[in-house]
Ligand binder design. Structure first.
Ligand SMILES: Cc1cc2nc3c(=O)[nH]c(=O)nc-3n(C[C@H](O)[C@H](O)[C@H](O)COP(=O)(O)O)c2cc1C
Length: 336
C-alpha cells in the first residue's frame, strides 16, 4: 500500500507535509534544489527584514538629496550582517523569481519586522516576484512597561492588516508563544485575515560574555525537546481557529513530524535539523513518516491529521493542567 502524504497548507496543495523553514539553507537556488530533490514539499525563504527595506529607502533618499558621490560612502554604513544574510530588497525579489523558476514546489517569501511603515508595502512586490504565499514574522520584544497586552497585540494585528491589504496571496503569521491569552490572540489574527499560523517563532536569547562584559548574540540550534511547546498549542488551537497551522521549532525526526500531524498541524517545518544534517535528512524523515503511517494502517496524512488534537484525543486534559500535580509529585531522583 502506498500512503497518500498530500496535505493542504494556506490553500496550497503540498505533496507531503514536510517543508523547509526559513534559514540560510533556503537562501540560494543550489540548496533549494537539494531540498526539493530530498523531497520537501515547500520552502520558506529567509526573511526580508524591515531594517533592510528602510535602510535602502534611506540610502535612496540620501542619494537624491546629496548626489551620487555620497552614495558609496553611505553604503559602507550599517547592516553588514543583514547584507550578508540576504542582500537587500532588490536581490530578494530576484531570489524569489530565481527560486520560482528553478523549483516545482511552492515558494513562500518571508517579511520580518515590527513597526507599521512603508516597508510593509514590499509585500506586494514579493507577490509580484512570484511568491506563492507570504509568511509574516513579527519579532517583537516589548520592553515598555506602559505598553499593555492589547497595545502589543494591536501592533501584530495592524501589521497583518496592512500586509493583507496589499496582497492577494495567502498570508501566514509566524508568532511566538508569549501572549497572555494565546488562543484569543490566534483568533484575533484569523479575524484580521491570517490564512495560517506558524507556531512558534524561536526567540534567540542573548548571552553575556564574562571576559568582555558584553551582551553577545548566541544562536543555538534547537533540539527535539522543543517540539513539545508547539505540539501542545497546535493541539489546543486546531479546533478553535479556522486556519492552516504549521509547526516549527524542534522538529528533527519523523516522530516529531508525526506528532505535529497528529495534534493537527497541516505542515511540519524544519530548519535546525536540516542545517545540522543537510537536505538529505528530509528523505529519511519522509520515509519514516510513510512507514509509520503504513504500520498503523493509515491510508493518508489527511486521515490521521488532528486525531490527537485537544478536541479528539482520548485524554485531552493532558494538554492542560490535569496530570500536572501528579507528574511533579511522582518524579523520582536519586537525591530526592
Ligand atoms: C540560522 C537560522 C536562520 C534563520 N532565519 C530565519 C529568518 O530569516 N526568518 C524566519 O522567520 N525564521 C528564521 N529562522 C527560524 C527558523 O525558520 C525556525 O522557525 C526556527 O529555527 C525553529 O525551527 P527549528 O527548530 O527546526 O530550527 C532561522 C533559524 C536559523 C537556525
Amino acid at each position: 500500500m502506498t500512503v497518500d502524504l498530500t496535505t493542504t497548507y494556506l490553500g496550497l496543495e503540498l505533496k507531503n507535509p514536510l517543508m523547509a523553514s526559513s534559514s540560510p539553507l533556503t537562501g540560494d537556488v543550489e540548496s533549494l534544489l537539494r531540498l526539493q530533490d530530498a523531497g520537501v514539499s515547500g520552502v520558506v525563504l529567509p526573511s526580508l527584514f524591515e531594517e533592510q527595506i528602510e535602510h535602502e529607502a534611506i540610502e535612496v533618499s540620501k542619494l537624491m538629496e546629496y548626489g551620487a558621490e555620497s552614495f558609496a560612502e553611505a553604503l559602507g554604513g550599517y547592516f553588514p550582517e543583514l547584507d550578508d544574510y540576504n542582500t537587500g530588497p532588490e536581490h530578494y525579489l530576484q531570489d524569489i523569481s530565481a527560486a520560482k523558476d528553478a523549483l516545482d514546489i511552492p515558494v513562500i517569501a518571508s517579511l520580518n519586522g515590527t513597526t507599521r511603515g512603508g516597508w510593509v508595502r514590499y509585500a506586494k512586490k514579493l507577490e509580484e516576484a512570484g511568491a506563492d504565499a507570504l509568511e509574516l514574522n513579527v519579532y517583537l520584544i516589548p520592553t515598555d512597561p506602559y505598553a499593555t497586552g492589547p497595545d502589543v497585540e494591536n501592533r501584530y494585528l495592524d501589521l497583518l492588516r496592512a500586509v493583507k491589504e496589499s496582497v492577494t496571496i495567502p498570508v501566514a503569521m509566524k508568532i511566538g508563544p508569549f501572549f497572555s491569552s494565546l488562543a484569543h490572540m490566534a483568533r484575533q489574527l484569523v479575524d484580521a485575515g491570517a490564512d495560517g499560523l506558524v507556531i512558534f517563532n524561536r526567540f534567540y536569547q542573548p548571552d553575556i560574555d564574562l571576559d568582555e562584559l558584553r551582551v553577545v548574540p548566541n544562536l543555538q540550534l534547537s533540539t527535539s525537546m522543543e517540539v513539545r511547546l508547539p505540539l501542545r498549542w497546535i493541539a489546543i488551537l486546531r479546533d478553535k481557529v479556522p486556519c492552516s497551522l504549521a509547526a516549527t521549532r524542534g522538529l528533527h525526526s519523523a516522530d516529531d513530524v508525526l506528532k505535529a500531524l497528529l495534534v493537527g498541524a497541516d505542515a511540519a517545518m524544519m530548519a535546525s535539523a536540516l542545517l545540522q544534517q543537510g537536505p538529505a535528512h528530509a528523505t529519511e524523515v519522509l520515509a519514516g513518516v510513510s512507514s509509520w503511517l503504513e504500520e498503523h494502517n493509515y491510508e493518508s496524512v489527511e486521515q490521521m491529521k488532528g486525531s490527537m488534537s485537544m478536541a479528539s484525543a482520548p485524554n485531552p486534559d493532558g494538554f492542560i493542567r490535569a496530570n500536572y500535580m501528579r507528574m511533579l509529585a511522582t518524579y523520582t531522583s536519586a537525591y530526592a
